[in-house]
Design a protein around this ligand. Structure first.
Ligand code: ATP
Length: 396
């Protein structure tokens, strides 16, 4: 097992496409690091550079104490698991798992020992003599994992290994991967576009956008302290509400105004986020997580902690109810949204610029709010997020 280090790593494809820019990451020995981001952000390219499947244009990749930029893939001592797990259909599970070891001419009894052990940890012992076609999708994925485990590699590299499974199998196999990685303690880099997978699996999660690392942190920290608007919008479901507001009041009575409504902030907001002190009287982006809002009729809601509006959409989810309501404040339109809107036509752009933002609150199922009803929402004002309106960086 080993530490994996990416030092100023960049990738420009032969056709000139830049896929990764100045990527710096240290994955500790035994750590589970998840690379996450939207399609095309460069996460697969980054993984393939570590794997040796793609040339490294800039910087260096180190595995253990070896710089591997020019080491061929097969000599990097890594095991890879991809979304298509490509098992040999004519071989038994036992032979599929042991295949790589046989190729390396390992002694038969050592292969036997490793395959039995991998089958045991993966719960495949009873299936060792079956052919892949007689296994479920989840079991096949476990065989692919088995093939990686028996190699006893320095690190696992996984690229969307769950994406071919149905939703239920995905959740189950996700839990198995987490348990397995913990038991084996192997350094793992795992690529996904799914933020739930990233949050549940990673010791730390690295969020990428357009080839650039946005933030790397343990899951809870990403959620509690997103570094910028992109991470704020990407982590969490439903996404964090983002709306323009004005940071107002003074040090003794900090407030934020959102579309003519005023929320009182707890005093600690300034000690927690000293940089906010420079923003009095200025426009900021206010981030409110849906789960930090509740139907004021159900809870204690002191003055200055509520927003009033009309319910425009009510979605019962069983465990909670999503209530959509508008405030008369400008939306936060990111460059990405603008790009999409430009493609869709000027009407959409105009609508985006109208001073009206729909917020989503995640209410208790006890709420009686229906579409068209007036709704008073209690906001947990101690949990608001603030971002610089020009740079999108979190204000701390
Ligand atoms: P996805 O989740 O869709 O696989 P990703 O985040 O893994 O996306 P990459 O596959 O790493 O992203 O691609 C990053 C960028 O590099 C994209 O713009 C992609 O079009 C481009 N790209 C990938 N492979 C090549 C290639 N062989 N030649 C040129 N450009 C490429």
């Amino acid at each position: 097992m080993a530490e994996v280090v990416l030092n100023g790593v960049g990738k420009v494809y032969p056709d000139g496409t830049r896929a990764v820019t100045d990527l710096n990451l240290t994955i500790a020995d035994g750590e589970f690091l998840v690379l996450v981001g939207p399609s095309g952000c460069g996460k697969t390219t980054a993984l393939r550079m570590v794997a040796g499947l793609e040339d490294i244009s800039e910087g260096e990749v180190r595995i253990g104490d070896r710089v591997v930029n020019h080491v061929p893939s097969r000599d990097r001592d890594l095991a890879m698991v991809f979304q298509s797990y490509a098992l040999y259909p004519h071989l038994s599970v036992r032979d599929n798992i042991g295949f790589g070891l046989s190729l390396r001419k390992m002694a038969k009894d050592e292969i036997h020992r490793r395959v039995e052990e991998a089958a045991r940890v993966l719960g495949l012992t009873d299936h060792l003599d079956r052919k892949p076609r007689n296994l479920s999708g989840g079991q096949r994925q476990r065989v692919a994992m088995g093939r990686a485990i028996v190699r006893e590699p320095q690190a696992f590299l996984m690229d969307e290994p769950l994406s071919n499974l149905d939703a239920k199998m995905r959740v189950q196999t996700r839990a198995e991967i987490a348990r397995l990685q913990r038991d084996l303690g192997v350094t793992t880099i795992y690529v996904t576009h799914d933020q739930t997978e990233a949050m549940t699996l990673g010791d730390r999660v690295a969020v990428m956008k357009k080839g650039q690392l946005q933030q790397v942190a343990p899951p809870q920290e990403l959620y509690d302290r997103p570094a910028n608007l992109f991470v704020a919008g990407f982590i969490g479901s439903p996404a964090m509400n983002l709306v323009q507001g004005t940071f107002a009041g003074d040090a003794d009575d900090p407030r934020v105004e959102i579309g003519g409504q005023s929320l009182a902030l707890p005093d600690k907001v300034l000690s927690e986020r000293p940089a906010l002190g420079d923003y009095f009287g200025r426009n900021v982006v206010v981030g409110i997580r849906p789960e930090d809002m509740e139907d004021a009729a159900l809870v204690d809601a002191p003055e200055g902690t509520t927003l009033t509006s009309t319910a425009e959409l009510v979605e019962a989810m069983g465990s909670d109810v999503l209530v959509h309501f508008a405030v008369e404040a400008a939306q936060v339109v990111t460059e990405d949204t603008k790009e999409l809107a430009r493609d869709a036509g000027t009407d959409v752009l105009g609508a985006l610029e109208a001073p009206r933002t729909v917020l989503v609150g995640r209410f208790s199922p006890r709420t009686r709010v229906r579409v068209g009803d007036p709704v008073t929402t209690r906001v947990d004002t101690g949990r608001l997020h603030f971002f610089d309106i020009d740079t999108g960086a979190a204000i701390w």
